[in-house]
Design a protein. Structure first.
Lengths: 332, 191
């Protein structure tokens, strides 16, 4: 594995290897000295063409804990706003001998373009591209789920997959790269996924996805899923009226106080409420639900650092130069 | 010692320690550790995966047999050194293994590192670095089942099961029943 571009196509064995490695990284995060020398002398560039809080600082913390040097690059305030192309930006980074590029881009497929090109030799890690994929988010969600449910079962989580778990992913599936990455990864790991959304916020061709689809949140909640993953309503990507009003959305599709009360009254005492952040409190999730003991929002952020450490370590530490990359061939 | 037997690929195997030899060597090391430490107080045995860890468990059991005050469960830990190695970039990626410390930690303890073979000394160098990141022991000692020489760093063992003079063309295979279903030390050399 040289790049991490998507969870579609990631094998269960590779995913479990990342999660198991993340488990060891999490142990390091609890120590007094939260640092490992594994990536000393390596350079990781955070290349962010789109705003981000969690993902960028999470990748930065992960790279620093592995002793890598980190260069943060935001499109705002750089030559990208003067019209520099992705190719020229990439070649600039190559000239600075970056070993890994963590890229977030508003265009779906930008990381894949970068990885397939001969512009740069570095490992490419997709940190969210358009409405395509956000693989490290899915991995940290899987990690959070695996930890929670193995703890309930009294088992160690090492080597486990997610078989037997039923996950409801609720909300703006149409614009959500998180939903897509999670769907591929969670089903690869053996979980059963149900997408819950208004028909206007489901993509065309959803019939071919390996999941159930429901239009009724309460009906799905009544089946007591293992986890309910609320998606952010992505107002910035909405160029049409997808639902009548925010209030109606919150009533019909949001995890509000009434649904929280119903869940508390139900026998599903271990069901967790997940959200990738940033949250629209009062829209897709109520404040009471976001701050309840079932909410794993902050665990997800904490686990994000461990999972990203695992990804960086597995992609960068070894020498997999057996097959020359296009950039190396181009230089010959 | 047994007669050399031809192996595959034209190499020759020579068994230098059998299960009884290994057991005697470990018993002696256990006694040496207690003697050097004047008892089992503050003693922590950190096994280096994979084969150092079961060896550390066996040593702890032997120490507990001599000193009833010792609790073998709370004395043993495992120390994964993968991420501290100096040859990470020369090999394909290796996922790290678990590091598990005894509940009381290693601060101000007498830590005995346990490994199967001492060769270049680079694994022990990595282990010393790993220890620095998890605490500050009072003393760090080293116990190995086999010392085969050819050190590349100024490192030596405090307790050695068997000194095996070898050529660097030979390979020393330590097999431990917990991992390999058999207890033996074999030298594999060119025919």
């Amino acid at each position: 594995m040289k790049h991490l571009l998507s969870t579609d196509g990631l094998t269960a064995a590779d995913a479990i290897r990342i999660l198991d490695t993340a488990e060891e990284m999490a142990v390091v995060g609890e120590r007094e000295v939260k640092k490992l020398p594994a990536l000393r002398g390596r350079t990781v560039v955070n290349l962010f063409f789109e705003d981000s809080t969690r993902t960028r600082i999470s990748f930065e913390a992960a790279a620093k804990r592995l002793s890598a040097d980190v260069i943060n690059f935001a499109a705002k305030g750089s030559s990208v706003s003067k019209g520099e192309s992705l190719k020229d930006t990439a070649q600039t980074l190559e000239a600075m001998s970056a070993d890994a590029v963590v890229i977030r881009h508003w265009a779906s497929g930008a990381p894949a373009r970068l990885a397939a090109s001969d512009w740069i030799d570095a490992a490419v890690i997709n940190a969210g591209d358009g409405t395509h994929e956000h693989p490290t988010q899915a991995l940290l969600d899987a990690f959070t789920l695996r930890r929670h449910w193995s703890r309930i079962a009294g088992r160690t989580s090492l080597g486990e997959d997610l078989s037997g778990l039923r996950i409801a992913i609720v909300g703006d599936v149409l614009h959500s790269r998180v939903a897509r990455s999670n769907l591929w990864l969670l089903t690869t790991l053996g979980a059963e996924v149900t997408l819950v959304a208004p028909p206007t916020l489901l993509p065309v061709g959803i019939e071919s996805w390996p999941c159930k689809v429901s239009f009724d949140l309460d009906e799905v909640l009544a089946t007591h899923p293992s986890a309910i993953m609320m998606l952010r309503v992505q107002g910035e990507r909405m160029n049409a009226a997808f639902f009548p009003s925010t209030r109606e959305y919150a009533r019909t599709w949001g995890f509000d106080d009434e649904r929280l009360a119903a869940l508390e009254a139900s026998p599903a005492k271990d069901t967790i409420i997940m959200h990738p952040g940033p949250m629209n409190r009062g829209l897709e999730i109520s404040s009471a639900a976001a701050d309840s003991s079932r909410s794993t929002v902050l665990d997800q952020v904490r686990n994000g650092v461990s999972v990203r450490m695992a990804v960086l370590y597995l992609l960068l530490s070894g020498d997999d130069s057996a097959q020359p990359t296009p950039a190396q061939e181009a230089r010959v | 010692m047994s007669v050399p037997s031809p192996g595959s690929g034209g190499s020759v195997f020579r068994t230098v320690l059998g299960d009884a030899d290994i057991d005697r060597a470990l018993t002696r090391i256990a006694h040496e550790i207690i003697e050097a430490n004047k008892g089992s107080e503050d003693l922590v045995l950190l096994g280096i995966p994979r084969r150092g860890y079961p060896l550390a468990q066996r040593l702890a059991a032997k120490i507990a047999r001599t000193d009833p005050a010792a609790d073998p469960e709370r004395m043993v830990g495992r120390l994964d050194v993968t991420m501290f190695r100096d040859d990470l970039r020369r090999h394909p990626t290796r996922p790290p293994g678990p590091t598990r410390l005894p509940p009381a930690g290693i601060d101000n303890k007498v830590v005995v590192l346990v490994d199967d073979v001492l060769y270049s000394g680079r694994t022990i160098r990595a282990a010393l670095d790993a220890i620095v990141d998890i605490g500050r022991p009072r003393i760090v000692r080293l116990a190995v089942l086999v010392d085969r020489g050819h050190r590349e760093l100024p490192i030596r063992a405090d307790h050695v099961g068997k000194n095996l003079p070898t050529s660097s063309a030979e390979k020393v295979r330590v097999r431990i029943s917990e991992v390999d279903a058999v207890d033996e030390v074999v030298i594999e050399g060119p025919a």
